[in-house]
Design a binder for this molecule. Structure first.
Ligand code: AMP
Ligand code: GLY
Length: 423
């Protein structure tokens, strides 16, 4: 069976490593893949946004099944086109992917179906947005409606900051079309939890909960990034909170999508905040998170490819989805300067990392060696019986990896440990 994974990050490497373990013995292909995915698959050159080219590549390589991992091709209708060409694909179609690609669609959906989220207003002109913002309490959250590489959210501390953010998004096109429409919402507080889930549109099976660390520097300082490390499970996400989320958020969301005529099939990502008034949705994503996938997929004790096929075929209710009773810690190593400007082409050396897993993200092969080619370069994921052991293992492994300018956060999991210890 030939399986194509679309994308080029650490998430795609993690998906590939897990799918490679499948009892269906797949041959793996990546489009375009990275310097790591060539270890156990064939990289096909191309762009994830080139739908026609991707279908041609599927025909050339006799691809039987496609996993569309990144948000942009999902939002552009890659899954619709593949299915139209008779190629089964994991991921939502274009209409269902709006749950991530349009924040106003997601907010209106939650409002209509009483799914708990921050109160909000949607604006299409800056003058009304500024007038509304001037009458609100601060901090205030300003979000570009469309996909903005994780940078489209601004927490404004004052009227001036809100006005600047609104003008830059709506009048100065800081995020292009993505910011022509904006959502302004109430600022919520509480621990954040990510829950990824498998869903075929009728059945939803949450994966192990996790905690991402989005800021670049220790102590949640510095700029927002795609994610600098993840621990799983998330100790804030207790069994009773999980049950409440299932009743009030997870099931209502997939039912709402079905009622709207766009059932969601694929991996639905719930970004939650556990507020004093209960869990609320901060964001939905229409895909596996990165680096959440790198921390969570190694905990899966079932056949990922078979689960994905059951999702695509609408028979997730019959699938076997089991998890290892272990904790996981994933630490990301980035190029100096990320998420701002950084240099590329630095040679990477990887020593003994024992049984920890190495996932390659922004690195390419150069003269038979691995060299940096992106901001988030690689990650290490370690599993252990307890969270402190998993964290310790991941950091010990990281000491055996080097490249010029490399940096990583030293406090991944610290907040979770404090929660476990009742601090
Ligand atoms: P998003 O891209 O929507 O996940 O937002 C990025 C980050 O901004 C989230 O992980 C939160 O830390 C923060 N954020 C987003 N919306 C809110 C909100 N309504 N209140 C407080 N923080 C928020
Ligand atoms: N790590 C956050 C995301 O994938 O959106």
């Amino acid at each position: 069976m030939n399986v194509l994974i679309i994308g080029s990050g650490g998430r795609e490497d993690a998906l590939g490593q897990k799918i490679a373990e499948s009892s269906l013995s797949p041959s793996l292909f990546f489009l375009p893949g990275n310097g790591g995915t060539g270890r156990y698959g064939t990289n096909i050159p191309g762009s994830v946004m080139d739908i026609t080219g991707t279908i041609a590549a599927c025909r050339e390589h006799s691809i039987d099944y496609v996993v569309v991992a990144p948000d942009d091709p999902l939002a552009a209708g890659m899954v619709d086109a593949l299915k139209g060409a008779g190629i089964p694909a994991f991921g939502p179609d274009r209409r269902a992917a709006r749950i991530e690609s349009s924040k106003s669609f997601a907010k209106d959906l939650m409002h209509k179906y009483s799914i708990p989220t921050a109160s909000y207003e949607v604006f299409t002109d800056s003058a009304s947005a500024i007038e509304y913002a001037s009458a609100q309490d601060y901090p205030l959250v300003i979000k570009a409606d469309g996909l903005a590489l994780g940078k489209g959210v601004i927490i404004a501390e004052s009227r001036k900051e809100a006005e600047d953010a609104i003008r830059s998004m709506m009048d100065d096109d800081a995020f292009g079309d993505a910011g022509r429409k904006i959502v302004i919402e109430e600022f919520l507080t509480g621990p954040e939890v990510t829950v990824l889930s498998f869903t075929d549109g009728k059945t939803i099976v949450p994966m192990v909960s996790s905690m991402d660390h989005k800021r670049a520097l220790d102590g949640d300082e510095g700029l927002n990034t795609g994610g600098m490390g993840v621990i799983a499970p998330n100790p804030f996400f207790t069994d009773s909170i999980a049950a409440e989320c299932m009743d009030r958020i997870f099931l209502p969301t997939i039912r709402a999508m079905e009622m709207e005529g766009c059932p969601f099939s694929g991996c639905l990502y719930f970004g939650l905040m556990l507020t004093p008034d209960g869990p609320k949705v901060i964001e939905y994503n229409s895909r596996f998170g990165d680096p959440e996938a790198e921390a969570i997929l190694p905990l899966l004790d079932s056949d990922l490819l078979q689960i994905m096929q059951s999702v695509t075929d609408g028979r997730l209710a019959d699938a076997d989805v089991k998890w290892k009773k272990l904790s996981s810690c994933c630490v990301v190593a980035a190029s100096g300067g990320y998420p701002g400007k950084y240099e590329k082409g630095k040679e990477i050396s990887v020593g003994d990392i024992w049984d920890s897993r190495l996932f390659i993200a922004g690195a390419a092969e150069k003269n038979g060696k691995l060299a940096t080619s992106g901001g988030r370069v690689l990650s290490v994921c370690s599993l252990a019986k307890s969270l402190p052991e998993a964290i310790d293992k991941a950091y010990r492994a990281m000491e055996h990896i080097h490249f010029d300018g490399m940096f990583y956060r030293k406090d991944i999991g610290k907040r979770a440990l404090e929660a476990l210890n009742g601090v």
